[in-house]
Ligand binder design. Structure first.
Ligand code: URP
Length: 375
């Protein structure tokens, strides 16, 4: 399993494939080649000074007679944790805030309207990271960023809900570009796979599938492991999401072959844009742990492979950010594309939701027996 030394799938293809083959491979793997965004020189200079990758791509939609283009620039941020996992909690938080601030400043130079960070999660002693979604230090920090840069901020945190007995949740706070907290959404599906046994970390989300109306479009957040659940994406889409962010923390050995497929498939199946964001690097913990999966005790989860990307309803997608570096991916979207693709493929119209609702309602009953026709 490659670590940081294997930079990206895209770099590998470009290095090894002759141009005509490369073009066909890109057509199949990426839908089509997207135009690179002409981002400001100062943004590239700042990104290089701060040592993170910056890439930008544009998704186009057809011109319409009655609607003007609905252009929005999204920013996806992937990063290593700046300090080791056993550094004092307050120092880790400040270092993360400093790193994010530097990246958000570059996003502002690139005209980003909505920015989303990667997933946040951990257990003891990292429960000390947990904070109020409404007025914790990270939310207050993000409110300032949002207001200063006129940018919607999606901020995944570990939430401590002190109004309900200090319950911990894996939460994304959505902050309007006015600086006001628009609301929050919680991770609906908690992984019980390999080392990612988060069932002892926090509870399954209880807020359903909220969609947030922002000045730039309707957005939702499907947190990490939720991306394996097609119905989770579906419900955000049924509630009207035009862009679904998927802040994640996942490692190569477990999910790298799933990564390019799942968010991209969700964009296609739901006539919306999806933004898949993964962290970078290997994180070491002071104590060994096992996950009862037959593997030897170890002190890290494995390699978080970055590779953040944006996918569109017409099956096109951006290349991924690198597997090894912090990065900011800027994508220019025309939200008109969602309805345009819907009008061609009609997945909502042909979805037969009433039939599935009826069948699922039966299937979850304890006395259900599956319909299997036998000779
Ligand atoms: N953070 C998290 O839910 N990780 C689970 C692993 C995965 O979904 O790939």
């Amino acid at each position: 399993m490659a670590g940081a030394e294997w930079k990206s799938l895209e770099e590998c293809l470009e290095k090894h494939l002759p141009l005509p083959d490369l073009q066909e491979v890109k057509r199949v793997l990426y839908g089509k080649e997207l135009r690179k965004l002409d981002l400001p020189r100062e943004a590239f200079e700042a990104a290089s000074r701060e040592d993170f990758e910056l890439q930008g791509y544009a998704f186009e939609a057809a011109e319409e007679q009655l609607r003007r283009p609905r252009i929005v620039h999204v920013g996806l941020v992937q990063n290593r944790i700046p300090l080791p996992a056993n550094a004092p909690v307050a120092e880790q938080v400040s270092a993360l805030h400093r790193r994010i601030k530097a990246i958000v400043e570059v996003a502002a130079m690139c005209g980003v309207n909505i920015i989303c960070f990667q997933e946040a999660w951990k257990k003891l002693p990292w429960t000390e990271f947990a904070e109020s979604a409404e007025d914790g230090p990270t939310t207050r920090f993000c409110q300032k960023l949002a207001k200063n840069h006129d940018m919607v901020v999606v901020s995944p945190i570990l939430e401590r809900d002190s109004e309900h007995g200090d319950v911990l949740w894996n939460t994304a706070v959505v902050i309007s570009n006015s600086g006001a907290v628009l609301g929050k959404t919680r991770k609906n599906h908690i992984p019980r796979v390999g080392d990612f046994n988060e069932s002892t970390y926090y509870m399954e989300g209880n807020l359903g599938h909220p969609v947030f109306q922002t000045q730039f479009g309707r957005i939702a957040v499907n947190i990490c492991y939720g991306r394996h659940h097609p119905l989770n994406w579906l419900m955000y889409s049924i509630n009207g999401a035009e862009i679904i962010f998927n802040p994640s923390a996942t490692i190569g050995a477990l999910s790298e072959s799933l990564w390019p497929i799942e968010a991209r498939n969700a964009a296609i199946a739901n006539h919306c844009f999806t933004c898949a964001i993964n962290r970078v690097g290997t994180e070491h913990f002071p104590n060994e742990f096992t996950s009862g999966d037959g593997k030897k005790a170890h002190q890290d989860f494995g390699y978080f492979y970055g590779s953040s990307y944006v996918a569109a309803p017409d099956s096109s997608r951006t290349p991924g950010l690198s597997r090894s570096r912090d990065g900011l991916l800027v994508a220019k979207l025309d939200l008109n594309l969602c309805q345009q693709v819907n009008d061609v493929w009609n997945f909502k119209m042909t979805g037969r939701y009433e039939m599935y609702a009826r069948e699922l309602a039966e299937a979850v009953k304890s006395n259900y027996s599956p319909t299997i026709v036998k000779e």
